[in-house]
Design a protein around this ligand. Structure first.
Ligand code: ZN
Length: 407
């Protein structure tokens, strides 16, 4: 891919993505696949005034080796230097950038049970830090092609051609045009227009139906509102958490979901794919589920902790979004969640509560925002999906017809 275009993309991540402030620190997590590109992102952060940029390199085979040889006690613990790092985050409030390039099947063969148990031991040790940092810092997830990921999408091409093709797909869906910053401003305005309309309806619940058997109702939190595109941190800094993004999302009322949802795309999780699955909810809780492939992995998600069986997100994405229109299945949630309506099990977003800035995290959660160590999106959008909003004054307003906006 041409360096001039990659430079624009790197600038987009640093400027629109996390919006690095003068003197701020930046922590980047990235795979080993595109080191030259990561270096460009680092440079763009410095150019915007970053005082320090730290890169943590990630390598799936290494992760597999660690899970194989380390004991559960080691994997589930928190060392003094890891604690010091969390304390550093709390003190400095750095930006966080994640550049994804992983192989969707890269952790195949890992001991799933050990992984879940280690996460269950580790999470309570970091939960206090995570809660204390919630909504305080700017973060951004973006992507760069890895060879294995590219070959998964384009198996018929050579490695080099496949990587180039995946670059093209990432850059076009991420709106890396001649002037990406302007393109993102226009895109954000459009998403906010859709959210404003949804928020004006006074929605009490949403009812989903589709030809594949989805028949599902989810309740809204009266104080919550739909959000889309950019977000503002508690420090008052505007940033774009996902590049790309096409969704209008909200945190639904914990405990208010009934019926069955049928997935319409495989779910990539922990380097493996869960395929052809459905989940049935009662009183907001997943009570029954089935997957044709990797059902154990789905069970591990839903039973990870108490909140994992409840919903944390409900997102509306038209079936004709640019990502859907690309015709590609990316096997990566950052992209696939922007190709179809989706729900997420687990952690909800306290910042979807109106006036969350003046509320404590506990107050937001007591209104009905779910809390969990996991947040896992799964796609339920398809060409036959209809969604009706049932409003507070008892009206039924069509929101989606045949997979796309009804208004
Ligand atoms: Zn989402």
């Amino acid at each position: 891919m041409k360096k001039t275009i990659l430079r624009k993309y790197a600038n987009l991540i640093a400027k629109c993505g996390v919006n690095v402030q003068e003197g701020q620190e930046v922590f980047i997590t990235a795979g080993l696949d595109q080191p030259e590109f990561v270096q460009m992102v680092v440079e763009e952060c410095y150019k915007l005034g970053a005082s320090r940029v730290v890169v943590d390199w990630d390598y799936q085979p290494l992760q597999k080796t660690q899970y194989k040889y380390e004991s559960l006690e080691t994997l589930g613990s928190l060392t003094a230097y890891q604690k010091a790092r969390w304390e550093h985050y709390l003190e400095k409030i750095p930006c966080r950038i994640y550049i994804e390039s992983d192989d969707p099947d890269g952790l195949k063969g890992i001991d799933q049970d050990k992984m879940l148990k280690a996460q269950q031991m580790h999470y309570p040790l970091i939960k206090g830090y995570r809660d204390a940092l919630e909504n305080k810092y700017q973060w951004c997830i973006a992507a760069a092609p890895g060879a294995a990921w590219a070959k998964k999408l384009f198996p018929e091409l050579t490695k080099k051609q496949a990587i180039e093709k995946l670059w093209e797909a990432i850059l076009s869906t991420s709106r890396v045009t001649d002037d990406p910053v302007a393109a993102w401003e226009a895109h954000n305005a459009n998403l906010q227009k859709h959210c404003a309309y949804l928020n004006s309806l006074g929605i009490e619940k949403l009812h989903y139906t589709a030809a594949n058997g989805t028949d599902f109702t989810v309740g809204m939190i009266p104080e919550a509102e739909f959000k889309g595109g950019g977000d503002t941190s508690l420090q008052g800094i505007f940033f774009n958490p996902n590049i790309p993004t096409e969704e209008c999302f909200i945190s639904p009322m914990r405990g208010a979901a009934e019926g069955k949802v049928v997935s319409t795309m495989p779910l990539s999780r922990e380097g493996q794919l869960i395929e052809n699955f459905w989940i049935r909810f009662e009183n907001g809780k997943a009570v029954e589920w089935h997957a044709e492939k990797n059902e154990q992995l789905l069970t591990n998600i839903i039973t990870a902790d108490e909140g994992a069986a409840y919903l944390g997100e409900c997102a509306l994405v038209p079936y004709n979004s640019p990502i859907r229109e690309s015709g590609l299945l990316f096997y990566n949630t950052l992209f696939d969640e922007n190709a179809a309506c989706h729900l997420a099990l687990g952690h909800g977003f306290p910042d979807t509560i109106r006036g969350f800035e003046e509320k404590t995290l506990e107050e937001c959660r007591s209104l009905g925002v779910n809390d969990s160590m996991v947040h896992v999106d799964f796609m339920i959008g398809c060409a036959s999906l209809n969604i009706d909003a049932i409003t507070k004054d008892g009206q039924t307003v069509p929101v989606f017809r045949n997979g796309t906006w009804a208004f």
